[in-house]
Design a protein around this ligand. Structure first.
Ligand code: PEP
Length: 258
């Protein structure tokens, strides 16, 4: 399986800044068949970056940070995944900021996962417990609800088009005081995710679903996170905004994959 390195720029960088960043990335990285690199810029930068990638014949991919589950219609201000088709290969679904700031529920996410698959875009489904849920020993139940909630109507054929990102909410944004998750704890929760997938789809199919880790990844810890059994890549927030750091992480991933 490939190693996925995905940068989530969140609501940062103007279109111009995004384009300059991408140019630097294209100049500095040498793509390898073992590594899939994607960035998730602001929606308004997708068109420009998509043209830029095409012009450079680059294998770097784009991801959407968000979309609405309906394909078209009277939904002022929303962007559908159908409209994103042709611009992005991936779409982040259920990021904790969408769950906890914008109130997205497992029911909303089920519709989004289905919409992405219907439109040939790979959903990167984020799951993870909050600090309180962890403290009260609810991690297992939360992960189970999030996996079953989002995937309950996805069949075995389609789940092979899904990526799961385990992002403990308490470990996101260490620059804002988050904690750093220990490899052992991540390994245990990833085992749990795999066993939920096995329960629904069976072992063979469950093994085909890539699982990424996200939460305060930076060039100093990326190598350690990538060697945790069951981790097939990284979803990176803060550190992906610094192009040198993101490039370093890609190089680390290449070394680990070798
Ligand atoms: C994220 O928000 O998905 C994330 C992993 O952020 P950070 O890397 O900044 O913790």
């Amino acid at each position: 399986m490939k190693t996925y390195i995905v940068g989530n720029w969140k609501m940062n960088l103007t279109v111009g800044e995004s384009s300059i960043y991408l140019q630097k990335l294209l100049k500095r990285i040498k793509m390898s068949k073992d590594i899939e690199v994607a960035v998730a810029p602001s929606t308004i930068a997708l068109q420009t970056l998509s043209v830029q990638l095409e012009r450079n014949k680059s294998k770097v991919k784009l991801a959407a940070q968000n979309f609405y589950h309906r394909d078209y219609g009277a939904y002022t201000g929303e962007v559908s995944v159908m409209q994103l088709n042709g611009l992005v290969n991936y779409a982040i679904v259920g990021h904790s900021e969408r769950r906890y700031i914008f109130g997205e529920t497992n029911k909303d996410l089920k519709l989004k996962v289905a919409a992405a698959i219907r439109n040939n875009i790979t959903p990167i489904l984020c799951v993870g417990e909050t600090e309180n849920e962890r403290t009260y020993g609810e991690t297992k139940d939360v992960i189970r609800d999030e996996i079953f909630g989002a995937l309950s109507e996805i069949d075995a054929e389609d789940v092979k088009k899904v990526i799961i990102a385990y992002e403990p909410v308490w470990a996101i944004s260490s620059t804002k005081g988050a904690k750093i998750a220990a490899p052992d704890e991540i390994a245990n929760t990833i085992k749990l995710i795999k066993s939920e997938l096995k329960e629904i789809y069976g072992k063979e199919i469950a093994e085909k679903v890539p699982i990424l880790y996200g939460g305060s990844v930076n060039p100093s810890n990326a190598g350690a996170y990538l060697t945790i059994p069951g981790v097939n890549g990284l979803l990176i927030g803060g550190s992906s905004l610094i192009s040198d750091h993101f490039i370093d992480i890609i190089e680390i991933a290449k070394r680990v994959a070798r």
